[in-house]
Design a protein around this ligand. Structure first.
Ligand code: ZN
Length: 195
């Protein structure tokens, strides 16, 4: 993972130093870091590792809560310092076409975990090595992870990043995503207090 480009971008939450990371130069799908420029990277840093979800993040889909999570994480980081790593692993790592296939299965009655299984994928095919490589490149040694997902904390700790704490992201469930959130809580062990 290497820094390929870096520039400040103003957003509704404030300005972020926006850094593109990839292993190949001109990779059309680089990971993106949104860094609050006032962050002290030598102290434990507030980090959101957000996996791409085009339908939620860009189009505001209510099938999941990804868009709202990203928005809240950006807001938190803008206020308290820290950074968001936007990882290009759409649909828990299976890509958007397969995610849309999985949605079809969900409409047929499968839950989000079963739908992936029926299509021949694991429950969750995401990996976090790239996030760790980016944190190393930025000189981050210890983090406070903005997440509801305990396995994400484990994955980062196993790769040698010190996780000092968790910052919860509480999103109110909607009628459209309540089933999805229940599966996340029951099958994936996510800590969702409002579900
Ligand atoms: Zn999503």
């Amino acid at each position: 993972m290497k820094e390929q480009a870096k520039v400040s971008i103003p957003t509704k939450h404030g300005s972020f130093m926006t850094i593109a990371y990839s292993s190949i130069e001109n990779d059309p799908m680089p990971h993106i870091v949104l860094l609050n420029p006032d962050t002290d990277l030598t102290k434990p840093v507030n980090i959101r590792v957000h996996s791409e979800c085009m339908t939620g993040d860009v189009f505001g889909s209510y099938r999941c809560e990804c868009g709202e999570q990203l928005d809240k994480a950006m807001e938190y980081v803008a206020e308290h310092g820290g950074l968001v790593i936007y990882l290009r692993q759409e649909g828990r790592g299976i890509g958007i076409i397969n995610k849309l296939h999985a949605y079809v299965k969900q409409d047929e009655g499968y839950d989000t975990a079963e739908a992936n299984k029926v299509l021949g994928f694991g429950y969750d095919d995401r990996t976090y090595e790239d996030a760790v490589a980016i944190l190393r490149d930025l000189g981050v040694k210890a983090i406070q992870l903005i997440t509801n997902n305990p396995s994400k904390i484990e994955a980062l700790e196993e790769s040698g990043i010190r996780v000092d704490g968790r910052i919860a992201l509480n999103i109110k469930p909607r009628i459209e995503n309540l089933g999805y959130l229940k599966t996340k809580k029951e099958k994936f062990g996510h800590q969702l207090d409002m579900v």
